[in-house]
Ligand binder design. Structure first.
Ligand code: ARG
Length: 269
């Protein structure tokens, strides 16, 4: 190589190295930043995490599609962003880590706004009020906590129903710890109830009411007032997304659209 050739060689080489480093760096940077309104618009999709075992908020319908009140709200958010909606079905207990790991942009899963969760994620303004309830097979009837003495109780892992049962049944010695059965999916808790492996399930009251309407042989025993509110969970570093989500929910509330959706999914029963 002549002197000039060598100069050109090094120059081209240097430019290539800079380009490759910049390209890799940009990719790593893109993966690390939390979803923003702009990054979601650029992607063209809004990825929402849920646990599709919670009718009528989210469940798998006869054609295998994930539908429900929460999914309609998610669609309204995707529409506002002008992007396509993708719903990821995970177990409830995995949702917050999926959000933190950026596998999903937001979580909408009938999730109660709690102080502990608020330490790690942001919540939207509330969109639904709920409490807990007890359901069982129609072959036995429970009228209050005392009737649950030494019974086998099913709960969904990571839920407020699980915490309620730990605080008010296990820690108060109504049932031994070994009588509290934890399920990743509510559908598995229902199967266990039907098989007779457990005597009752503690779940959110609106979902309890839906189950007794749609699952034969299951009845509503009693409600437990917990005064919970559902919110959409968002990464703490995605404030512009939080603002957009709040605007969508507030608009749906003010326009009466949220009420119509509740009517649509709960019907008159
Ligand atoms: N509201 C309860 C909680 O936040 C239960 C939510 C369960 N949601 C579901 N999609 N399975 O802990």
């Amino acid at each position: 190589m002549s002197k000039v050739e060598r100069k050109w060689f090094y120059l081209v080489f240097a430019v290539l190295v800079v380009a490759i480093v910049a390209y890799l760096g940009y990719n790593i940077y893109q993966q690390q930043v939390y979803p923003t309104v702009t990054s979601i618009k650029n992607k063209g999709v809004l990825v929402v995490g849920t646990s599709a075992d919670f009718p009528p908020f989210e469940y798998v319908n006869q054609s295998g599609a994930i539908v429900g009140l929460d999914i309609d709200i998610a669609n309204a958010i995707a529409k506002e962003l002008g992007v396509k909606l993708v719903v990821k079905d995970l177990s409830f207990d995995a949702l917050i880590s999926a959000l933190q790991g950026k596998q999903v942009d937001l979580v909408i899963a009938g999730m109660t706004i709690t102080p502990e969760r608020s330490k790690v994620v942001d919540f939207s303004v509330p969109y639904y009020n709920a409490s807990q309830a007890v359901i069982s097979l129609t072959t036995q009837k429970f009228s209050g906590v005392n009737d649950l003495k030494n019974k086998k109780i099913g709960v969904q892992t990571g839920t407020t129903g699980e915490s309620w049962a730990e605080d008010n049944l296990v820690n108060t010695s109504v049932i031994p710890e070994s009588n509290l059965f934890h399920y990743d999916k509510l559908s598995d808790a229902l199967l266990a109830l039907k098989r007779g492996d457990i005597d009752a399930i503690i779940i959110d009251e609106p979902v309890a009411r839906m189950f007794v309407r749609t699952v034969s042989g299951v009845q509503y025993d009693f409600g437990i007032y917990t005064g919970e509110q559902y919110g959409i969970a968002i990464n703490k570093d995605s404030k512009d997304l939080l603002n957009l989500v709040n605007t969508v929910i507030n608009n749906m509330k003010n326009s009466g659209q949220l009420d119509s959706l509740v009517q649509k999914w709960f019907g008159s029963g």
